[in-house]
Write a new protein. Structure first.
Length: 333
């Protein structure tokens, strides 16, 4: 069965809604949009629909921070405390930028994913409209006790990436969303990627739905504007451009890219490894962005040795996973 036929069959079987793209050696082998970006108004997805990437944002946060490292505004051994002052007193004094990037900081997390039965049931601890700027996230980052000593081990941590966004702002004097745009999106040619307000989405942005069917969206489940751990909207074309630009050294230098995609931790629970802001295959050179949240599921993978890139963006909570499993099975080497 040809790849397009196999994807079409999986879409029909699972109710996938979103965009799928596969590129190999500079040629787009598959680019297809399925389902509805707006169910109530029956607006279909198109190839240039902007969809949320949830925790896929963390990789862009990591690159923003490394861009500031490259410019001398931060260093991997810069401590969080040196920029926090009296804020977030439970963050240990020895927690540094490098620990946060590698999920080895040991700080308490505002969003413990392992404790959540269903991401579609999770609600923020403060009204979501109060989370529009990174500084406003201080209210949800505060009050979480240290879990382990910095550097001791790996533990995936959402709050750590919001803290990185805050530290990037404070070290540069520039709004985090602007930093991502100027240091990552613009050099990568990601012209349709941005942090969008969930309560005023533009016409090409997809609404995020909690279930395969129904009209209930994620607008009450996520911050009105994301920060370092999630909330960016992007397109399949932008993500293809991202990988090309990353490994060409147009975002940060090749030496810094190599450091970011070098394994810094094993993650046996997920059968993978982790770098600085990037998921890494357990044995191959495949590297990827991944996001899962209420109304969002997403993977974008690049394997340099195979000159292969593929992206799956979906606008409901579990929509992307059957298609990503298919692409892993058909394309992994």
């Amino acid at each position: 069965m040809e790849l397009q036929e196999a994807v079409d069959e999986a879409v029909d079987r699972t109710g996938f809604s979103g965009v799928v793209r596969v590129d190999r050696a500079g040629t787009t082998e598959l680019a297809a949009a399925y389902g509805l970006a707006d169910r109530a108004h029956r607006i279909p997805h198109s190839l240039d629909t902007q969809l949320g990437i949830a925790s896929g944002t963390k990789s862009l946060t990591a690159l923003t921070v490394m861009g500031l490292v490259e410019r001398g505004a931060l260093a991997l051994d810069t401590t969080a405390r040196s920029l926090l002052g009296d804020d977030l007193p439970l963050v240990a004094d020895d927690v540094a930028i490098g620990h946060l990037l590698a999920h080895r900081s040991g700080i308490g997390d505002y969003l413990e994913e392992d404790a959540i039965e269903s991401i579609s049931d999770y609600v923020m601890p403060v009204p979501v409209h109060q989370l529009a700027t990174t500084e406003q996230y201080l209210s949800v980052l505060d009050g979480h006790a240290t879990v382990f000593r910095a550097g001791e081990r790996f533990a995936y941590n959402n709050g750590g990436y919001v803290l990185l966004a805050l530290l990037a702002e404070r070290s540069s004097g520039t709004d985090f969303h602007r930093l991502v745009r100027e240091l990552v999106c613009e050099p990568a040619g990601m012209v349709d990627s941005a942090f969008l307000r969930s309560d005023e989405l533009p016409g090409r942005a997809a609404l995020g739905y909690l279930e395969r069917d129904g009209l209930r969206t994620n607008v009450l489940h996520l911050p009105v504007v994301g920060s370092g751990d999630g909330g960016l909207y992007s397109t399949a074309a932008d993500l293809s451009a991202f990988w090309d630009s990353l490994f060409a050294g147009r975002i940060v230098s090749p030496d810094l890219v190599a450091e970011m995609v070098r394994p810094h931790s094993d993650w046996p629970e997920e059968s993978e490894r982790y770098g600085l802001g990037f998921h890494l295959h357990a044995t191959s050179d495949a590297v990827w962005l991944e996001g899962a949240d209420a109304g969002v599921s997403f993977v974008s993978l690049h394997q340099p040795s195979a000159a292969l890139t593929w992206t799956v963006l979906s606008n409901w909570s579990s929509g992307a996973w059957p298609i990503t499993s298919l692409l892993h099975a058909r394309l992994s080497s």
